[in-house]
Design a protein. Sequence first.
Lengths: 323, 526
Amino acid sequence: MEIFKYKKPLSLMSKSKRFGLLSVAVLIMALGLIFTKGFNYGIDFAGGTLIQVQYEGKAPLDKVRQAIDSDKAYEGATVTFFGGEDEVVIKTKMSSKKLGEDVGDKIRTLLKDTGKFEVRRVDMVGAKVGSELREQGIMSMLLAILGILIYVSFRFEWRFAVASVLALVHDVTIAMGMIVLFNVEVNLDILAALLTILGYSLNDTIIVFDRIREGIRNIKDPDLGAIIDESVSRTLSRTTLTSLTTFFVVLTLYLFGGEIINGFSFTLLVGVVVGTYSSIFVASPILMWLGFSVSGFREKEATKLKREKEKEKMRAMYENGTI
Amino acid sequence: MKTLNFRVILFAFALIFGIVFSIPSLTQSDEGKKITLGLDLQGGLHMLLGIKSEVAIESRIKSMAASVKYIFDDEEIIFDELRMVDAEKITFELLDGDDVIKVKALLKKEIEGTVLSENGLKFSLQMTAEEVERTKQNAISQAVDTIRTRLDSFGLAEPTVAKQGEDKILVEVPGIKTQADEQRIRELIARAAHLQLMAVDEDRIARVSTMSIQEAKSFGDVILTDVNTPEKYLLRAIPVLDGSMLTDAKVGFDENNQPVINFTLNGQGAKIFGDFTGKYVGKRMAVVLDNKVYSAPNINERIGGGRVQISGRFELAEAHDLAIALRSGALLAPVYVMEKRSVGPSLGADSIRSSSIALMLGFALVVIFMLIYYGMAGVIANVALIGNLFLILAIMSLFGATLTLPGMAGIVLTVGMAVDANVIINERIRELLHEGKSIGKSIEDGYSNAFTAIWDANVTTLIAATVLYAYGTGAIKGFALTMTIGILASMLTAIVGTHGIYQWILPKIDKKKLGFWFGIKQEGAK
């Protein structure tokens, strides 16, 4: 079976301004959401306690709320269904430093008369740990980006590095915007998902860039736009297919993986779609806007090659005893 | 005609290795190394504890004060005003100027990590900065050891206790069945088990009900309450001796068949205890545990042998846990909870079930897609994918790695990404076939053309995964780990393995059946 058969290059670069505008518009909306509405931080980053309770039969939501409100300390606690209707999740900002006193135990006592239930999970994170985790999260993002910048500059050229990093900032920002839009609770697993998007989006972009690098060496036409069009078109099949397989897999994770990793798989779903879009339509035009010059790159490569050849010649001469 | 080649042999070895070493994990047999399930999958208690190291410093200076007093009494040096000024300093005043040289020499010899400064006959003994730091570090490592000993003697399977970062302690206890057990474990860990034998201030105790804490302090006393009743005691702040001199603690029964704890002191402790009881016959001595008075019996005679009993209307289980805590020694500094996650066994089982379903479904979708889209080339990619899964399991088993729920997600994701290498390679091969190259040439060039792209893409993903591993905690680390192993394994299976299979079966590939072999229409191929 063949869906994307390469016949002639698509003219993408001539439309690059349109895609650029679309991306900028979505980016602005995403940033607007992030800065106005803000993230819905879960207990991992904000501190607090989460209690997951499973009832035999349908959970009596109102009774649970009443029972919890009866203690002043838990004012503002939220009670919601989790997954099915037999499970509820109670979230409160309270946490306890003392090992003997446990917020989970207290809630259990409060719920005593609400029916037959089993406490299945109690997560408690102190406020200080939460802020530490948040700092660590931001640090890890920056470190990953820095590592990638260095590696790509080394393997390609600095403009490739900047373009790929801009593309992945684009993807991660839009994914964050979607997280805010759909009110996904931000916990450690969302951070892991964002870092995965970072790796995934880059993976896609690198494969396109690899083809461009090859194109610069092999295609006679020194017009960067034409080279990009051909390279992107030739990798289009792969980009879409891999995205499809990954999308399938993440979709099964989203649909069947259980409530706990729902936020994680949602974030990945967004990331796969945006990452695919950006590696086809966004990353390469950035390369052009950064003023990448094909002839310049070729000259550099040629001098590099020449230098290496000269070195080899010298070595050969040295080994032959002529020097 | 070449039949076998080193690539396919290498792949076969990897496959056999993968299958053999993943068997213990898949069958969950008792023999062989296998993957441990994370607490989120098997249920259990995960805690990150902080430590109040300032308390350890304070009690260090307290015990220094006790030593100073003991030495001075022993050497018959007359002194006054022995006080703890703050958490790192004690002061005292000598009454006889002739003792100064002797005192300096004694303190230098007997008490380490302090600086002695003098002002006339007034002296102050200050802990050095190094000693403060050493005491902090000591408190943490002692807490780790103590908690480990306590959990081990409680009789639970494989608890983990480890220092994390500078000043945190990670405690992981799998396999807790009920909430009551969890609470007992938490209390056992938290128990400071700080045992002190303290003299009752008989001269002033009559006024204890009206005395303020400040006033008591000015006399060098503390006010503590009884463990069961609201009765108050006025006690000398510097204890006679503490739990560090204890060698054993056991549950016993008193004459009323009530559980009590009998403990034995070491040689030095027995001597101090003997001397003290000999000197203060007719007065009372309080047995204090974690700042609660358990009993304050009258001293009828000198007590030798160093055997002491604590009675306090205990429940049997409580006495049992308390004896463990006393045996394991006191925590030099109290610990507190920074993070606590507990998962019930039923939730863990649910998580395993749902993520396994996702893994199998995702896997099936990818396998079917590859088969339909690429024909035999897809089958070859699928063989590599299966090999990849086994390799991940085998490597994780050999390292005894922990599989968490995000780790399962990592494996699911790896399935999606591992076929990527084969998609890239197959697309390259098809391209070359369309250009009219021979099958052998298309395969060889396809692999070499695809290699740099796969390499660069994998290395960048590895960079992200490594950062995630270094900065992540707990379950997130598991995700980064399975991703990393998955990527590395896919380099072997998807690149080397499939290449080997192509080279092996090349003579059998019919160039008239490109549709069957590579999923493309017959056209330009020669």
